[in-house]
Design a protein around this ligand. Sequence first.
Ligand SMILES: [Mg+2]
Length: 276
Amino acid sequence: MATLIIHTNVLNFEQSKTLERKFGKLTAVQNHFRAEVETAPTHEELSQLREELLLDINVLPANFDADAIKLVISDMDSTLISIECIDEIADFINVKPQVAAITEAAMRGELNFEQSLTQRVSLLKGLDQSALQHVYDERLTLNPGAEIWIDGLKANGIKFALVSGGFTFFTERLQKRLGIDFTRANTLSISDGKLDGTVVDGIIGAKAKADFLIELCDQMEILMSQTIAVGDGANDLMMMQEAGLSVAYHAKPKVQEQADTALNYRGLDAILDFIA
Ligand SMILES: [Mg+2]
């Protein structure tokens, strides 16, 4: 048996007809629907159905125990928030095209994340640190459902960790604003109020994200199976593979293919459906 989750509380006639024909009786649970099925649909069947019905539909992994979840870890840029911070910072000194070119080279696999971050940060050298505050105040917006999501986790006694290949300047402000339990990101080196074009200590890339999850599990004395990891990019995959449940949030195709579950229509609050 497998549990199917349909992340909506309203289904139109066409949607419910199609879903019931395929999966049998649907049950309303809090603000979504579920179905218990003998055989779980394949990845291909599921993605076809999502596109046909314009709905987020997921299958819970067979061994997933929602009641045991104690920690959710999330990426920041394009996951918790709607922007890529470094692109917006670069825009302040008109080097956005150069930064974007490096990002694309990394996406083509010509550079790894660490190399691409080093190169992009070097383009920010000399920038006044007040630009960071401008990006935070004027351009950084939470993705839909972010606050409901984090409040919902708190109400269920689940800790929340924010990890980012971006910068502590932003994770620390979001930590205060949203009451986030744990954060880790890159620290921009600043002297005399200006960016040096480097980051302090090691770079938070794919492995460091996964290591942070492992470290938090040790600290909290919980198992990896008691965690959920959420991300949108290739450098989130390593941490997502470690977690008990992985969620690709409005993610790159490669990430969606490898994650346990995907959300492409609903906001972050739909992640609460997994622990309902
Ligand atoms: Mg991201």
